[in-house]
Design a protein around this ligand. Structure first.
Ligand SMILES: C[S@@+](CC[C@H](N)C(=O)[O-])C[C@H]1O[C@@H](n2cnc3c(N)ncnc32)[C@H](O)[C@@H]1O
Length: 206
């Protein structure tokens, strides 16, 4: 997926900015595709991933980690999903936030990225709908508890970005084994099989 984003939305030697680099797939793929890459993560691993610089995005005081005039050509923003796997991530990370705080963080991040982007900068935001489907039959799910793609689009637009592409990226179906699907169907539970890459650019007029 990262290779496709780089191929279609950036050129050789361009600068890619990855604010939450995790395992470093973006940095690795940039190396293979001859793109420059600035990677950051709260998880500092000087021995194993020295190119990923330590940076904690503090929800109460967001700061762009690059001082100077250089602005990225492409931002690849792959934050931890809301609540999903929050047990596997650092408790200080954003996936344990409330829905309101999670969306507030994204809005503040998008606004800060807007200030630090060029007119031509593209942003790839990777995320998925969040629904409490694991425990809840589809007909009992409520909108109050969910984060859907229109929430992301709204806050992107509020922070000066305009979507150019909404690309569906299927999740692995391996976890949906026949017995799991059958149990879900019996309970009326509807799973999530896809995530999105929302591509956006700065709005030309606000
Ligand atoms: C979904 S992972 C990124 C996956 C990555 N694209 C990869 O290739 O593995 C999200 C990352 O965000 C980081 N993170 C979460 N909250 C953060 C915060 N407030 N500041 C900095 N990094 C954060 C986590 O440490 C985690 O590595």
């Amino acid at each position: 997926m990262i290779a496709h984003i780089l191929y279609y939305f950036s050129d050789q030697n361009e600068l890619v900015f990855d604010p939450m680099a995790g395992g470093g797939v973006v940095a690795d793929t940039c190396l293979a595709f001859n793109r420059k890459c600035w990677s950051f993560d709260m998880d500092d691993r000087p021995e194993t991933r020295p190119e990923i610089e330590p940076c904690f995005w503090d929800i109460t005081n967001l700061k762009w980690p690059i001082i100077g005039k250089t602005k990225p050509d492409l931002i690849i923003f792959d934050p931890p999903y809301f609540k999903k796997q929050s047990n596997n991530y650092d408790p200080d990370g954003i996936s344990g936030l409330t829905k309101e705080k999670y969306l507030e963080f994204l809005e503040n991040f998008f606004s800060l990225a807007h200030v630090n982007a060029k007119k031509s900068t593209q942003m790839a935001f990777i995320n998925a709908d969040w629904r409490d489907f694991q425990n809840t039959p589809a007909k009992n799910e409520t909108r109050v508890n969910s984060i859907l793609i229109n929430d992301y689009l709204r806050i992107l637009n509020q922070s000066g970005w305009e979507e150019t592409h909404i690309i569906q990226a299927p999740l692995s179906s391996e976890r949906f084994q026949a017995n799991v699907v059958s149990a879900m169907q019996k309970k009326g539970i509807l799973g999530v099989t896809s995530r999105y890459v929302i591509m956006s650019k700065k709005k030309t007029s606000l």
